[in-house]
Design a protein around this ligand. Structure first.
Ligand SMILES: Cc1cc2nc3c(=O)[nH]c(=O)nc-3n(C[C@H](O)[C@H](O)[C@H](O)COP(=O)(O)OP(=O)(O)OC[C@H]3O[C@@H](n4cnc5c(N)ncnc54)[C@H](O)[C@@H]3O)c2cc1C
Length: 1019
């Protein structure tokens, strides 16, 4: 889609908001301060009580969320099964998988057919029963056919379950098309009118904001489809009404992530150039029809970008449609920056002399935000950790919106009776114009009561779409309302009395409900390992030091080690061994931990060097420094936990002890693809176990290694315990591995080089020494037809193309079920077209260059070969002249066995499968490698079985298959992929140790004193 002539140009990110990770208590106290004297909570309870009592007396309809949750709480096996089936079943195209999925989920729950009349699960069972009888009419009569009968029985159950889920979905979607949805609203408006007639008014006061359902766009094609669907909806809404003002008209809600596959802060320029013109076409339609267009609020990492987008659009609206008052956005109260967002939005409106409609919500992505912060090692959480804090923030934001009445028309979206009553109180006290909002299918009971007051206008957020598109939305609603803290959940629980249900949230601010991301890991043997510090690249304050470091970084020259240097170093390290090994393990661990802390504090500096020397993207660099920090801290802890002298049991009269020592000089040889993390991991593991280390980094990346060695010396590692020896593998590497003093080798690299080292060690005189080799992989991902294609494509793009495919864990072979293969391949092709290949120093770059000319030639040659021998599925266009760029590319192969070798670049092979999934796993095993495996399925038992069959080290289900975290996903493979033990796992250090037992005959000097004294009968 080409940008319209009215294209927008990105301005640099503006610092409109404070830091998101300020202490929660401070933020909440500030919000509480704005509410002092604003609310009479006794009055809130008086107002809310009759609503709650009325709803409990006359519950919402059978299928409303409240009833559903009472029947099947998400915490129960049945509730979970229902939710997981709802998420997946409707999209499965083939009968076999649908049967397997249904059997898998229903099998673990007790949906008892006998309970149809009055059992605990009567609702689903009842619906299933009626659906079964319905579906039977359309199925051939199976009587008399043995095997087929069984099969048709399964089919019938699946059909019934599909039916039940469709019925469930229908409660939350107003219609499959906008016309159907608009038709549906007539009945709803009539219901409210008749209720109000009873209350003395006939106007319905009911408005709708339509939302066109679907996953976020992954491709241009998706984005075009959504744009057309939004435009079509706006036109239909406009046809259906004559709007005097946007407040009194139906409107539309749009998600920017549906209109552009790269709606993310890192793609700011493209967001302005490509997304904004699309939004503008919708704005033109909405403004001409004078209706309300609201931009939904999405994840926190888009928050600042969304304000810049708002500003740019407002600037143009001010010129083109200065009288239109229907533009707006949603603000999430659970953000720690929510109050400042409200002020920033008001400031934008004022500057452009506009009025916005602002929907205040609590926020729908809470669990995802917490996970992202923990995974990223961020400085805190961008959202509150207590539900009450979100409620307080909501009220503070409501008050702020009301005070900005000159430029904001507030729209309060909540189903919480206490929140509603409090809002009404504040709004009425100020005489403010406002409206309430609820989601279709939710809060119906409460709003049935609230809406009896004719002065309260309400807008229903009404999702529109096909059943398939509803799934993600439905699951979010199920999850949100399944939470114990949810108002809707508590309303359905008669055990929660009205006072508790409506209790004021405005108590004093509390400390965070769970540990900060830095303190994620629990105490183990009295040690608490600190999580490494990350950076939020969407936040200017976190990103600026990294940008500055990249600009400032230069790559120093590192001298190559001569044969004499190698010999001298080995003599020095051999001599240094005894003293280092004699140091108590606690002391060595303290030094390594100190190194981790130093590195943690120098994140920016190391990122700068990594970008410049290894040409890695900034995101990859942050992850790499963090991994190195984690290695230091993890191995320090593991040494203290596992390498202490241990007293062993035995007969009386002797003492037995197991001692762990270093082995001598360990040679550590690391690759260029993780020049810091793998280098540091090997070296510190060997050191903390008591060895001295000859560290040979990859030829391409000695500067990063040299700086790490300096840092280790600075932390206290003696100079005669660690020496860096830079140079080619054929010379420096070969001399080191062949050296008589070498007591062990730790290597990460290709299988071929590992074999050479193995032969060198075998040919060496003297002791047989340990060899730890971590080599490559032909890593596969198996996708069945219950998988969510969007999730699959996200995982594929990250696993196959990030880091230019230069990870040993990278995905090389996607094995996708034939029934969904065309769709998945089309989406991969579309996603490939959206990747940015270029200079790794630019934040917008997804894929940087390959490491050197040799790699470039090698990968290019293989791509040229595949272009002749295989079917090209898609390729990223090249729009940069940066050197050594290989564009991400995907090919289709006929058979798994056609994949012969690891191409260390952004090259993906795709094979379709059909039939027996276990056979697919055996074919993958037969490739001989065994590093990583991805499985994408919603059939839990299938995932578990495949994992057991797989001869691989790391299995990832329903996620990407890269980025193993130290101590969380210990990393390493089997077969051609390596010897083990796993790096970042509890057994790693042991391989670097020599074990010694010490047995002392304590009775040697005349007798067993302890036994005679009655102290010991053996231990
Ligand atoms: C009309 C409408 C439009 C909406 N549009 C959007 C949108 O654009 N973007 C969006 O993100 N959401 C949107 N939502 C969803 C909304 O954010 C809430 O998830 C939902 O309304 C539940 O809030 P409540 O006040 O009804 O219920 P309540 O039960 O009172 O509140 C539940 C909410 O509290 C918060 N919460 C739960 N547990 C915790 C905790 N431990 N710590 C801190 N906070 C917690 C969460 O935000 C959760 O959703 C919309 C909702 C409505 C009604």
């Amino acid at each position: 889609m080409s940008a319209s002539p009215s294209s927008f140009v990105a301005k640099p990110q503006q610092a409109r908001l404070p830091y998101p990770y300020r202490p929660e208590v401070d933020v909440v106290e500030a919000a509480l301060a704005t509410l002092t004297g604003q609310l009479d909570w006794a009055q809130v309870i008086r107002a809310g009580r009759p609503w709650v009592e009325a709803v409990r007396e006359k519950p919402a309809p059978f299928w409303a969320m409240e009833s559903l949750l009472r029947e099947y709480p998400i915490s129960s096996a049945e509730g979970l099964a229902l939710m997981r089936l709802a998420e997946a079943l409707l999209r499965v195209p083939d009968v076999e998988t649908a049967i397997a999925l249904t059997a898998d989920q229903l099998g673990r729950a007790e949906f008892d057919a006998d309970s149809v009349v009055d059992g605990p699960h009567k609702m689903l069972a009842g619906i299933s029963a009626s659906a079964i009888s319905l579906s039977k009419k359309f199925l051939p009569d199976a009587d008399g056919e043995g095997g087929l009968l069984k099969r048709l029985g399964a089919k019938t159950v699946v059909a019934a379950t599909v039916r039940a889920i469709q019925l469930l979905g229908r409660q939350f979607v107003l219609g499959r098309t906008i016309d159907e949805a608009m038709d549906e609203t007539k009945d709803q408006r009539k219901d409210v009118e008749s209720a109000r007639r009873g209350a003395g008014t006939a106007a319905s006061g009911l408005r709708f904001s339509y939302d066109m359902l679907g996953e976020g766009a992954r491709t241009e094609h998706d984005a075009e489809r959504y744009l057309a669907s939004y435009a079509n909806a706006i036109k239909a809404i406009a046809r259906g009404q004559v709007a005097a003002s946007p407040e009194n008209a139906d409107g539309i809600s749009i998600k920017l992530s549906a209109l552009f596959s790269r709606y993310e802060d890192a793609q700011r320029e493209r967001v302005f150039a490509e997304l904004l013109p699309r939004v503008w076409t919708l704005i033109e339609l909405a403004a001409r029809a004078n209706l309300n267009l609201t931009i939904d609020a999405e994840e926190t990492d888009r928050l600042e970008l969304s304000l810049d987008v708002l500003d740019a659009l407002a600037e143009r609206i001010a010129v083109t449609f200065p009288k239109w008052q229907g533009f707006g956005l949603a603000v999430q109260a659970y953000q720690t920056r929510a109050l400042q967002v409200v002020d920033a939005v008001a400031a934008i409106a004022r500057r452009h002399k506009l009025r916005f409609m602002v929907r205040l919500v609590k926020g729908a992505y809470w669990d995802g935000e917490i996970k992202r912060a923990q995974e990223g090692g961020l400085a805190g959480y961008p959202v509150f950790t207590h539900k009450e804090h979100t409620d307080i923030s909501y009220l503070a934001c409501a008050r702020a919106l009301i005070t900005h009445a000159d430029v904001i028309y507030p729209q309060f979206a909540t189903h919480n009776a206490g929140t509603i009553a409090a809002i009404l109180q504040m709004a009425r006290a100020k005489g403010a114009a406002f409206e309430m909002q609820r989601l279709h299918g939710m809060g119906e009971g409460i709003y049935r009561e609230v809406m009896k007051d004719p002065a309260i206008p309400c807008r229903v957020y009404a999702p529109v779409g096909e059943h398939r598109d509803l799934l993600a939305y439905l699951v979010r609603r199920l999850l949100e309302n399944g939470a114990n803290s949810s108002f809707v959940h508590q309303l359905a629980d008669s055990g929660v009395d009205v006072e508790r249900l409506l209790a004021s949230p405005m108590t004093t601010a509390r400390p965070p409900a769970f540990p900060m991301p830095a303190h994620l890991y629990p105490v183990d043997h009295g040690l608490q390992r600190r999580n490494s510090t990350g950076a939020d690249l969407a936040v200017l304050a976190d990103r600026a030091p990294l940008d500055a470091a990249v600009t400032a970084a230069t790559v120093p020259q590192v001298a190559e080690a001569s044969p004499e240097d190698v010999a001298a170093a080995m003599t020095q390290l051999d001599a240094g061994f005894e003293a280092w090994n004699e140091r108590p393990v606690d002391e060595r661990a303290a030094i390594i931990r100190r190194a981790g802390d130093l590195l943690d504090a120098r994140l920016a500096e190391f990122c700068g060097l990594l970008v410049k020397e290894a040409h890695k993207t900034l995101g990859d660099c942050v992850a790499e420094v963090r991994e190195a920090v984690d290695f230091c801290r993890y191995y320090a802890d593991q040494a203290q936990i596992r390498l202490q002298d241990k007293v062993l049991p035995g007969p009386t009269g002797e003492s037995n002890e197991l001692r762990m020592n270093g082995r001598g000089v360990f040679v550590c040889i690391s690759p260029w693809n993780f020049p810091l993390a793998i280098f540091a991991g090997q070296v510190v593991a060997a050191l903390v176990a008591g060895n001295t280390v000859a560290a040979k980094p990859a030829e391409q990346t000695p500067a990063v290694a040299a700086r790490m060695v300096d840092l280790l010396h600075e932390a206290g590692v003696p100079r005669d315990a660690l020496v860096l020896l830079h140079g080619p593998g054929e010379t420096v590497g070969a001399r080191l591995t062949a050296h008589a003093a070498t007591a062990g080798v730790c290597f990460t690299g290709s299988t071929q080089v590992a074999k050479i080292i193995q032969r060198t060690l075998a040919a060496k005189d003297g002791p047989i020494v340990p060899f730890i080799a971590e080599t490559g992989g032909l890593n596969a991902m198996i996708v069945d037809s219950s998988a969510l294609p969007e999730q699959v494509v996200d995982a594929v793009v990250q696993s196959a193309f990030r880091s230019a495919g230069q990870r040993c864990s990278a995905l090389r072979l996607l094995v996708v079920h034939a029934s969904i293969a065309d769709g998945v391949i089309a989406m991969i092709r579309g996603a490939l077209a959206e990747l940015n290949v270029g200079d790794p120093a630019r934040l917008s770059t997804d894929v940087g260059p390959v490491i050197d000319d040799e790699a470039y030639m090698n990968v290019s040659r293989n791509v040229a070969r595949l272009k002749k021998d295989a079917r090209l599925l898609g390729e990223t266009p090249l729009a940069s002249s940066f050197p050594r760029l290989v564009t991400p590319v995907a090919f289709e192969l006929a058979r798994i066995a056609d994949l012969k070798e690891e191409i260390f670049g952004p090259v993906l092979h795709v094979v379709r499968w059909n039939g027996d999934v276990d056979a697919v796993m055996h074919e993958i095993n037969a490739l001989g490698y065994g590093l990583t495996l991805g499985i994408q399925t919603r059939i839990d038992s299938r995932a578990q079985r495949l994992a057991r069959l797989a001869k691989v080290g790391n299995v990832y289900v329903n996620r990407n298959m890269i980025g193993a975290v130290v101590g969380v996903q210990p990393f390493g493979g089997e077969g051609l992929s390596g010897t083990g033990p796993k790096a970042g796992g509890p057994h790693y250090l042991l391989r670097f140790c020599a074990e010694q037992t010490l047995t002392v005959n304590t009775a040697a000097a005349g007798g067993n004193a302890a036994l005679l004294a009655g102290e010991s009968g053996g231990h």
